[in-house]
Every structure is written in structure tokens, then in C-alpha cells.
Write a protein that binds this ligand. Structure first.
Ligand SMILES: Cc1cc2nc3c(=O)[nH]c(=O)nc-3n(C[C@H](O)[C@H](O)[C@H](O)COP(=O)(O)OP(=O)(O)OC[C@H]3O[C@@H](n4cnc5c(N)ncnc54)[C@H](O)[C@@H]3O)c2cc1C
Length: 290
């Protein structure tokens, strides 16, 4: 379908983008366009103005900042998954990003666009939640930081206001020789498609004991979720297959998965238990017989 008519503004700075949003009653940002352009073409949105971030400075690239990596919101999926810094310090993010869609989408779609779109079936919001990332947001009153735990508000809704721009994302270095192991388990009908259910696992282990587990769940509710009951059961548990299986049984607690053509809610609850078990075993480096 042909999208509705709109004006287009191409901004050079983040401040210009914020003013362009604030100056119109109904403006929308355009990043990689991989989610937004289909929405326009289906006429699910009728913006008066589209603010194109494609040439906006200060929103690109990946830098090392002590205990965190800072990733510009306009950094593409391809750049994230092939970055040496991301692979070395935040391997879970590189791995999960490599499962997003296909090469064309990964070359256009952006990290910030995926988080701002906040699709609970998307791979990256759950990963951001597991890491405990911080979103750096520019708005009419200046910049502020929003933790991932407060960012994802509801289905396709975030803490971003109508004149806010997600500028960059601070990702803690978890996974990469500092005791943290990781695994991303994505169950999909065919390769390069959306997750029916996904589990992002970060596990810190000391010898025979699991110190901490951080588990992000994809497509198990209106927002990305943490599997907090399973995380609590894993904290301080023995690092063996039995303890992991017992904890994984709790992975669906507090979730409200959808029922759709790809699977009923009960099936998703079953999947999340199985995927949590295998993700935690792999992240903790626990060998199982067979
Ligand atoms: C065929 C196909 C398959 C896909 N499969 C997957 C998949 O398997 N897993 C997955 O996770 N994703 C998948 N996606 C989605 C893909 O990851 C998109 O790139 C992503 O959701 C949106 O990123 P974008 O840069 O294209 O954002 P856009 O489409 O440009 O924008 C998306 C929304 O975010 C807003 N926005 C964008 N940037 C900002 C910002 N900096 N600040 C504030 N708001 C902003 C826009 O206004 C818009 O509302 C798929 C997409 C397609 C087309």
C-alpha cells in the first residue's frame, strides 16, 4: 500500500531532532525503517512529519567506557554483531543480534530502533533487559538515563515521550572472561524469522556454585520480561543439571504469553522452560550426559 502523505525533516544534531519532534503535534522518528516503513505502508500510523535520523551526529558507533560499552542508537545490527568490542565484552548481545532477521534487515535496522519499537517478540529488548542496560534519552528538558527495567512500558510502548530521542545505550560488560557465561536460545519456525519464544541467559559461576543468573524472555508477554523466579532459584544453587532443571520449571512464572498462529500460550510456557534449561546449562558450562 502507499503510505499517507507526510513532510520529511532530516536533522544534523540530536537537539534538532528533539526540536523537530516537539514542534509538531504528530511527528515520528525514522531510523532504519525496518519496522516503521511497514507500519506506514499498512497505514497503521499517520504522522504529519517524519524526522529522519540518518544523518544525525552523535548517535553512531560503539565505544569502551570502563565497565560498560556505549552503543549509539543508530548503530546497525550488522555493526553490533561484527564489533570486536561487543564480541569480547558483551558476547550475548553479538550472538542475539546475529539471529535478527536476515542480512538485509541487519544492515538497515538499528539497535536503538529495535529497542524503541519495543516489540516483545524482538530479540534485543529481552537481551537489553537481561544485561540491565541504561538508555540515554534526549528530550525537551535535556538528557536523562532510563534503566531497561523502566523503559519497556507495555506492548510496543516505552518510557520515551513524543519528543524524546533514544541517543545511546550503555551495556554493562557481562560475559567475556569476567566469570559470566552466556547463551541465547531462540525457537523459531524457520531460519531468519521472529522468535516464537527466546531466552537470553547470563550466568556467573564460582566453581560448583551459580552466583547469579540473569534471564531475559522474548515473546512471553506484552513486554520483554525477566524470569525472576528462576533467577532467584539459581542464585546460590549448585552448578549441576538437577538444580538447573528445578529452576527452569519456574521460568514461566509471572508471564502471560500470547496465543497466535505460531503457538498457544501453553506451548510457549513449555518452550520457555525447555529453552531456559538449555540456555542456563550452556551459559554455566554444565556438561550433561548424552
Ligand atoms: C522481515 C523482517 C524481519 C525481522 N525479524 C526480526 C527478528 O527476527 N528479530 C528482531 O528482533 N527484529 C526483527 N525485525 C525488526 C528489526 O530488528 C528492526 O530493525 C527493528 O525492529 C527496528 O529498527 P529500525 O532501525 O529499522 O527502526 P525504525 O523502523 O526506523 O523505527 C522503529 C520505531 O522506533 C522509533 N525509533 C527509531 N529510532 C529511535 C530513536 N533513536 N529514538 C526514539 N525512537 C526511535 C521509530 O519512530 C519507530 O516508531 C525484523 C524486521 C523485518 C522487516
Amino acid at each position: 500500500m502507499i503510505p499517507p502523505q507526510f513532510d520529511c525533516v532530516r536533522t544534523r544534531t540530536v537537539e534538532e531532532a528533539v526540536s523537530a519532534l516537539a514542534g509538531s503535534g504528530n511527528a515520528k522518528l525514522l531510523a532504519g525503517g525496518q519496522s516503521f516503513l511497514p507500519i506506514l505502508r499498512l497505514r497503521l500510523a499517520y504522522p504529519d512529519v517524519i524526522v529522519d535520523l540518518g544523518r544525525t551526529a552523535g548517535m553512531w558507533g560503539i565505544r569502551d567506557d570502563g565497565d560498560e560499552l556505549v552503543i549509539g542508537a543508530m548503530t546497525t545490527h550488522y555493526e553490533v554483531m561484527t564489533s570486536d568490542l561487543v564480541r569480547r565484552h558483551c558476547g550475548l548481545l553479538a550472538k542475539a543480534t546475529s539471529t535478527v532477521a536476515d542480512p538485509q534487515v541487519r544492515h538497515r535496522g538499528t539497535f536503538g530502533g529495535a529497542l524503541s519499537h519495543a516489540d516483545p517478540a524482538g530479540d534485543l529488548p529481552a537481551v537489553a533487559l537481561a544485561f540491565g542496560t541504561t538508555m540515554v534519552v534526549a528530550g525537551p528538558d535535556g538528557r536523562r538515563e532510563v534503566p531497561a527495567s523502566e523503559f519497556f512500558a507495555d506492548y510496543l510502548q516505552t518510557a520515551l515521550g513524543p519528543a524524546d530521542v533514544l541517543v545511546e545505550v550503555r551495556v554493562p560488560k557481562l560475559g567475556g572472561g569476567n566469570g559470566w557465561g552466556y547463551r541465547y536460545e531462540k525457537f523459531q519456525r524457520v531460519a531468519q524469522s521472529w522468535a516464537i519464544v527466546g531466552v537470553a541467559a547470563l550466568v556467573r559461576r564460582s566453581g560448583d556454585v551459580i552466583d547469579e543468573a540473569r534471564l531475559g524472555l522474548v515473546n512471553m508477554g506484552a513486554t520483554p520480561l525477566r524470569a525472576t523466579a528462576a533467577e532467584d532459584a539459581l542464585a546460590g544453587a549448585r552448578a549441576n543439571a538437577g538444580a538447573v532443571a528445578d529452576a527452569a520449571v519456574l521460568a514461566a512464572e509471572g508471564t502471560s504469553p500470547p496465543s497466535d498462529l505460531s503457538g498457544q500460550a501453553d506451548y510457549r510456557r513449555h518452550l520457555v522452560r525447555a529453552l531456559t534449561q538449555s540456555a542456563v546449562l550452556a551459559a554455566a558450562g554444565i556438561q550433561t550426559a548424552g
